[in-house]
Design a protein around this ligand. Structure first.
Ligand SMILES: NC(=O)c1ccc[n+]([C@@H]2O[C@H](COP(=O)([O-])OP(=O)(O)OC[C@H]3O[C@@H](n4cnc5c(N)ncnc54)[C@H](O)[C@@H]3O)[C@@H](O)[C@H]2O)c1
Length: 266
């Protein structure tokens, strides 16, 4: 028996990062209608191939696009609804780290790029998802004692939306904004039977962290501070995301769930 009878949508789902792990986890958990998108055509194709070969029954909608583009989020969600009929679990994962700079050295273009993807892009995506969710009939819970669920949004913020670190003012602020937006949407959409939460990952072994030596070196001190003293795996974040999407999280609303090996507790 799957917890995921509905339709899942994942942005930033290309390659081997958190979004790809979330899409794969939905398929492994028995979700049979999944829409994935990424700006990178090659990496989203990689996710499609992995899911299709491991879970041939899963129906996939795959789109390439830029979530910072005003029109893309609406177009994408319209395609999801015309193919699958609804949007039940929406996971907004697309994001960038940006350059390592203090504020005075940060070009305005770099500030705008980071915020346009991480914050505004997340808002554009969740806005399009919420527009659809409010219109659809709720699905029954796995537990007849609990209310049905009209939809669940999970935004991917960061531990750096809660605490900060050197030379990342634009990134930290973009992720704090995601947490604030999540709480505000949770308040506004409770009346519709929609839950809105976010996950705040710590240092996770994804291309964002691993692809550049400079980033890996910058991140190493964070792992020494974190009590668990290791990087997290994308699948460990995906498990938290799926819990928040499921009706097992029926009373979890506006939460920023930290998945960081204890980093922010120190
Ligand atoms: N890896 C970490 O340590 C970590 C920690 C905290 C938060 N996060 C957040 O998790 C999310 C996923 O990051 P990840 O670590 O898996 O990195 P990643 O680079 O593997 O994944 C990010 C994905 O977003 C896509 N993307 C970037 N800009 C886009 C755009 N404009 N439109 C559409 N797609 C776009 C990329 O192509 C990529 O596939 C991000 O929001 C990131 O900020 C990551």
């Amino acid at each position: 028996m799957t917890l995921f009878h509905g339709v899942a949508v994942v942005t930033g789902a290309g390659g081997t990062g958190i979004g790809a792990a979330v899409a794969k986890a939905f398929a492994a958990a028995g979700c049979e209608r999944i829409a994935i998108t990424d700006i990178n055509e090659t990496s989203i194709e990689q996710t499609r191939a992995t899911i299709s070969s491991a879970h041939p029954k899963t129906q996939l909608l795959v789109e390439t696009g830029n979530i910072a583009d005003d029109k893309f989020a609406e177009t994408f969600i319209n395609k999801v609804v015309s193919q699958f009929g609804r949007v039940d679990y929406a996971v907004n994962c697309a994001g960038v780290l940006g350059q390592s700079l203090r504020s005075a050295e940060t070009p305005i273009e770099e500030f705008d790029r980071i915020n346009n993807i991480n914050y505004r892009g997340c808002w554009l995506s969740s806005r399009a998802e919420l527009k659809q969710m409010v219109k659809q009939d709720p699905l029954p819970s796995h537990d007849p004692e609990r209310p049905p669920q009209r939809g669940a949004v999970v935004n991917i913020a960061s531990q750096l939306g809660i605490v900060s670190r050197p030379t990342a003012p634009s990134y930290c602020a973009s992720k704090s904004a995601v947490i604030g937006m999540t709480r505000a949407d949770a308040i506004d959409y409770s009346q519709d039977g929609i839950r809105v939460n976010c996950v705040c990952p710590g240092v996770i072994e994804t291309p964002m962290i691993m692809k550049e030596t400079e980033v890996r070196e910058r991140i190493t001190p964070a792992m020494e501070i974190a009590p668990m003293k290791r990087m997290g795996k994308p699948a460990e974040v995906a498990d938290a995301v799926l819990f928040l999407c499921s009706t097992q999280a029926s009373f979890v609303q506006g939460h920023a769930m930290v998945v960081d090996g204890g980093y922010i507790t120190v």
